[in-house]
Write a protein that binds this ligand. Structure first.
Ligand code: DOR
Ligand code: ZN
Length: 346
């Protein structure tokens, strides 16, 4: 197969950032995706519907003329989020979910939730109003081995939470382990998961190839090969509760190539093409449309997109660096060629 036409996909987890970064992030994302769930972990977190509305307008200001891309906004859950904010969210029409970061688990998560019990009232409202809770599923306990933090999160936080609120619509974001795959697969119709292109393509060896590779550092961190295989099986398999979420998350080169580098991988420049590569390697290219264009929309209760896009073999050269205003970002697979290329959007 040298060409693949699929229904236009959505990205159910992306960091567009703000300010000058929007020039590049928005263009890369809207070229491939009709809608995207936009993460709220800005330097000033998006904690209210009013802030989400203003952020949405800033994103829309970067849309090319005539582009119908829809940013699906999210709120950042804190210990102090009022239940009323969830009611306002429901009435807004443009905020689609709430993001739960355990405080300290990842980039800009310091204002996140310090103990799950503190937000039970909000979670109850989400459950009643059928608003999805998007979960960064890692404990932030420094005594727990970094590579075990997702599996420990399932036992300590997620399972008790879903026992308490079985009606809660939950997305376990950017899963990275076999344990998470199995947990979601065996879960109810209210539980889904996103999977990134980098967790499908790489295992943890990519962090240490001939030296330390800061541009492969993200959270949750890349895992061992048997976990990657489980993720590929889930993404390319029949369960409709696994879907596309890139977690594309740009950081300036100077903040990655340093003594204490930031977590985050920028993949939006070729995201769909990377997924195509992972699906092809698994011999499952025909399953890409289900994962990228149908499953997420189904879970979020959104219509499937109207238009199609075409990928062709023989990809482009990926630049060694990208300009982000005054910063430089090193994209995923920098300086290499990409096997697939986006040909058209119809
Ligand atoms: O690697 C990551 N980067 N993981 C996250 O959860 C956040 C993201 C970011 O915002 O940079
Ligand atoms: Zn993320």
């Amino acid at each position: 197969m040298d060409q693949l036409t699929i229904i236009q996909p959505d990205d159910f987890h992306v960091h567009l950032r703000d300010g000058a970064y929007l020039t590049r992030t928005v263009i890369d994302t809207v070229k491939r995706f009709a809608r995207a769930i936009v993460m709220p972990n800005l330097n000033l977190p998006v904690t209210t519907v009013a802030l989400a509305g203003a952020y949405r307008q800033r994103i829309q200001a970067y849309l090319p003329e005539g582009c119908a891309f829809e940013p699906l906004m999210t709120l950042y859950l804190t210990d102090n989020t009022p239940v009323d904010e969830i009611r306002r969210l429901k009435g807004s029409g443009y905020v689609h979910a709430v993001k739960y970061y355990p405080a300290g688990a990842t980039t800009n998560s310091d204002a996140g939730v310090s103990a799950i019990e503190k937000v039970y009232d909000v979670i109850e409202a989400l459950s009643e109003l059928h608003v999805p809770l998007l979960i960064h599923g890692e404990v932030s306990d420094e005594k727990v081995d970094l590579f075990d933090r997702e599996a420990v999160f399932i036992d300590q936080i997620l399972e008790p939470l879903l026992q308490r609120y079985p009606g809660l619509k939950t997305v376990f974001e950017h899963i990275t382990t076999r344990e998470a795959v199995e947990y979601v697969r065996e879960g109810s119709h209210n539980l889904a998961a996103t999977i990134t292109p980098h967790h499908l393509l790489f295992n943890r060896n990519a962090l240490f190839e001939n030296g330390i590779r800061p541009h492969h550092y993200c959270r949750p961190i890349l895992k061992a090969e048997h976990h990657r295989e489980a993720l590929v099986e889930a993404a390319t398999g029949d369960c409709p509760r696994f879907f596309l979420g890139t977690d594309s998350a740009p950081h300036a080169r100077r903040l990655k190539e340093t003594a204490c580098g930031c977590a985050g991988i920028y993949s939006a420049h070729n995201a769909l093409e990377f997924y195509a590569e992972a699906f092809e390697d698994a011999g499952k290219l025909p399953q890409l449309e289900q994962f990228a264009s149908r499953n997420g929309a189904g879970f979020y209760g959104l219509p499937v997109n109207q238009f199609r896009c075409t990928l062709v073999r023989n990809g482009e050269f990926i630049p060694a660096a990208l300009d982000f205003g005054e910063d430089t970002v090193i994209p995923l697979r920098a300086g290499e060629s990409c096997r697939w290329r986006l040909a058209t959007n119809e």
